[in-house]
Design a protein around this ligand. Structure first.
Ligand code: FRU
Length: 351
């Protein structure tokens, strides 16, 4: 069966221009013949896809856009100031949704005044938050992010005083059989034993239901050694340059060769290294690599570029692309993101 696309926003659901059902109803049933766009297979409809969930942090980013990096103890004007929903898992889920995946974010949210902003913003990007946990008596994590538009650098001053992490107990309330996740991605947060238990629960689900296998990935981004035990717990392991450097690695190839010995036999390690692009290696396979793709108009905002890279790789793999293509797509998505503020400009970025 074919449905039809257009750029109309959907009144009936959250999927905005991605909702092909709405287009089908409006363009075909109610006004046949009008707007004859290209046919799209029903499988591509977000509601027909198995969802991709991202588990980790959601916070508020207070962004200050500056003409140059501010001088200490000075009083100056900035270009703009605005709030943006942030946190690695939250950003990765936003980008996955913009690329066209059916997406969910698994996180905790403080019952504070920031909550409505975060919930509305998730809804704006059609990221499902039905399994999120709302907590009293804690403060919302926030980041002051200084973005220098001259080179796009982002300086993050993060504060998380008391928001508990999304726990194994929270995860146990989710019926994996019902949710039918295609993929669950975990940000390597400090609650490593909980994340390990969640990954183990997915392993058990996969053993019991081999035809409903859930693919897993984990991100080792922060410079904390406590997250190292996560290396051998997922199918895909993303290691950041900053994390690799605490192990003494000085390039992406040495990282995937070295840390790649610690992943599972059937797993893949992926490492992005700023200007030198990214590479990936199956434990017993060859390295594949990709250069970066800098935005044509120059770099203006790198906040969330790593999260966008992860989303690009996951999206491409979830759509059946080979590892080489997926790593290149991750670099393309990250490069594109650096050319504008926020993530909105990635809407419909083609695979
Ligand atoms: C970017 C980001 C920001 C957040 C910070 C948390 O990768 O997720 O959105 O403020 O990192 O460490």
């Amino acid at each position: 069966m074919n449905v039809y696309t257009s750029t109309a926003a959907c009144f009936f659901c959250l999927y905005g221009y991605l909702c092909k059902t709405h287009d089908f109803l409006c363009n075909e049933l109610f006004s046949p013949g009008k707007n004859k766009p290209f046919p799209l297979k029903m499988d591509d409809h977000p509601l027909n896809q198995r969802p991709i969930a991202c588990c980790g942090l959601t916070c508020c980013d207070f962004i200050t856009l500056c003409k140059g990096f501010p001088l200490e103890d000075s009083d100056q004007r900035c270009i703009d100031m605005y709030w943006q929903r942030g946190g690695n898992a939250s950003n990765t889920s936003t980008v996955l949704a913009l690329l066209g995946a059916r997406t969910e974010c698994l996180c905790t949210i403080a019952n504070t005044r920031e909550k409505e902003f975060l919930k509305e913003d998730f809804a704006k990007y059609a990221v499902n938050i039905e399994n999120c946990v709302y907590l009293d008596d804690c403060t919302a994590p926030v980041s002051n992010c200084i973005i220098n538009v001259q080179n796009g650098s982002r300086t993050i001053l993060h504060s998380n005083k008391s928001l508990p992490e999304f726990s194994y107990k929270d995860f146990q309330k989710i019926d994996l059989k019902k949710q039918k996740y295609q993929w669950v991605h975990f940000e390597g947060r400090p609650n490593v034993p909980d994340i390990s238990s969640m990954l183990q629960a997915i392993d058990s689900h996969n053993k019991a239901h081999p035809d409903e296998k859930i693919i897993t990935s984990v991100e080792l981004e922060k410079t904390r050694m406590e997250i190292v035990p996560l290396l051998d717990k997922a199918d895909y392991v993303f290691v950041s340059k900053e994390h690799a450097q605490i192990h003494g690695y000085q390039c992406k190839e040495d990282t995937v060769e070295g840390l790649g010995t610690k992943i599972r036999d059937s797993s893949v390690i992926i490492c992005a290294w700023g200007e030198s692009g990214a590479c990936a290696k199956p434990k017993h396979g060859p390295i594949v690599a990709s250069p970066i793709f800098p935005p044509e108009g120059g770099v203006v905002d790198t906040l969330g570029a790593g999260d966008s890279f992860n989303a690009g790789v996951i999206f491409a793999l979830s759509r059946g692309k080979m590892l080489q293509e997926a790593v290149s797509f991750g670099c393309l998505v990250a490069g594109k993101k650096c050319g504008f503020r926020g993530f909105e400009g990635l809407k419909g970025f083609p695979l």
